[in-house]
Design a protein around this ligand. Structure first.
Ligand code: PLP
Length: 445
């Protein structure tokens, strides 16, 4: 009997024993294409020799030194490399162990910044509905995913949520893309004014919404307007690129596509690429300087901050990404990826939308294409798709539609950047078979 506490208590999971390029292999020898990268983690596949050897070298040299006493070469080199490639005036990197920790750190940094600069009344955070920022309590409060928040709501701090930028479901038929982007961005200004401009500390958003909507980028101009509104009211812009960053959308940092630079940027998943648990919060010079010249101490921390082995792994990952120009390769291959998706799913009457960027795509399923009505949640379409795809040897990331009925069940695809065209085509064939099976099942009910 297993003593592991699994997330799904009644699931009977196979044992993964080996990674082989873009495939995971279980104890029975069955191979699974990693079509979601383990929730957009595995950007380099599972057997990258350079990363493996960087980890071993670092363990042999120094496994751990607490950041209360020491810095380390890999953490310093990784920070330099990230900052050399980062947008705007991001200047300092705070290394943590994952995405939720990066988001928690960002919220606390925003708050401490305003305490340091003598504006302690700034305490409000604004974020967006249909977003996900992590499962720890601060990050969960920032996210707008009702299903994840529901039972914990009495424990969550108050965060305002405005509309996401979700063109497929929310742009009106007579509205231009530009007018739509401006309308939803302006909700931020309205909320700042409602709360009182001098009480708002930060706005948080994912440049491409991942785990709640399934790879939804904002329309052109949206984030530019968001940046202007933040600047007008002295509100810090926190971008959460935990899922969409590190080359996933065809840029090392996803916000490059939107031509905005945040005050604080969170990254994780692709940074460690699954080889080590690591996340990071990048802070602008202005924020870091305010703390350095104020109390001189960021009142936040974890034992494993800047873990040398995690940093060494991430340093090798980022070098691998940059030396092989992988973000640019992902950008070049994005149209082919989209083409394959449209060829297989575009004509399906239950596919409402196919959207994404780079190697980060979502397929949204609807009961009725014209009215965009989602399937009844009780059908459990996402769960059925996950199971059917897994049986076909494909790991993908299906998610149920949102509680407000505005988005339908969808499948997120985020394969490793090193996947070949044949591997991608094979994965899409597996998904197409799974979709056919599940839709037949659902329609016969
Ligand atoms: N932020 C975003 C955008 C995410 O997608 C996730 C995880 O999916 C998180 C934060 C939380 O990251 P982690 O699961 O590493 O704590």
């Amino acid at each position: 009997m297993s003593h592991v506490f699994p997330r799904h208590c009644h699931s009977d999971l196979p044992t993964a024993v080996r990674g082989d390029g873009c495939f995971l292999v279980d104890a029975q020898g069955k191979r699974y294409f990693d079509g979601s990268g383990g929730a957009a983690v595995s950007c380099l596949g599972h057997s990258n020799a350079r990363v493996a050897s960087a980890i071993k070298d670092q363990v042999d040299r120094l496994a751990f030194a607490h950041t209360g006493f020491f810095t380390s070469d890999p953490a310093e080199e990784l920070a330099d490399l990230l900052i050399a490639n980062a947008p705007g005036d991001l200047d300092r990197v705070y290394f943590v162990s994952g995405g939720s920790e990066a988001v928690e750190s960002a919220i606390k940094l925003a708050r401490q910044y305003y305490v340091e600069v003598g504006q302690p009344q700034r305490r409000h955070l604004i974020a967006r509905r249909q977003s996900y920022h992590g499962n720890t309590l601060g990050a969960l409060a920032a996210g707008g995913n009702e299903w994840r928040r529901e039972q914990f709501s009495p424990l969550l701090v108050d965060v305002s949520h405005i509309s996401p930028c979700y063109e497929y479901a929310e742009r009106q038929p007579d509205e231009t893309v530009e007018a739509y982007g401006a309308r939803v961005a302006d909700e931020l200004e309205q909320e700042i004014l409602r709360l009182g401009p001098d009480t708002v500390m930060a706005f948080m958003a994912e440049p491409v919404v991942g785990a709640t909507l399934g790879a939804v980028p904002a329309v052109a101009g949206y984030f530019k307007r968001i940046r202007e509104i933040c600047d007008r009211y002295g509100v810090l812009l926190i971008l959460d690129e935990v899922m969409c960053g590190m080359g996933r959308t065809g840029h090392l940092f996803a916000c490059n596509a939107d031509q905005v630079a945040p005050d604080i940027l969170c990254i994780a998943k692709g940074l460690g690429a699954g080889y080590q648990p690591i996340g990071a919060m990048l802070s602008s010079r202005k924020i870091y300087d305010a703390i350095r010249d104020g109390s001189g101490f960021f009142q936040h921390g974890h034992t494993y901050l800047g873990h040398p082995v995690a940093a060494a792994a991430a340093l090798a990952v980022v070098r691998e990404l940059l030396d092989n120009d992988l973000p640019a390769r992902v950008a070049e291959r994005s149209a082919d990826f989209a083409g394959m998706l449209h060829a297989r799913f575009g004509q399906n009457p239950h596919v409402g939308d196919i959207r994404g960027r780079g190697f980060f795509w979502g397929i949204e399923f609807v009961a009725d294409r014209d009215s965009k009505t989602p399937f009844d949640a009780r059908l459990g379409l996402a769960g059925k798709l996950k199971k059917a795809a897994f049986a076909e040897g494909l790991v993908c990331y299906p998610m149920p539609g949102t509680r407000d009925g505005k988005s339908g069940d969808h499948v997120l695809l985020a394969p490793p950047f090193v996947a070949s065209d044949d591997e991608l085509a094979g994965a899409m064939d597996s998904l197409a078979r799974a979709v056919t099976t599940v839709l037949e099942q659902v329609e016969s009910l």
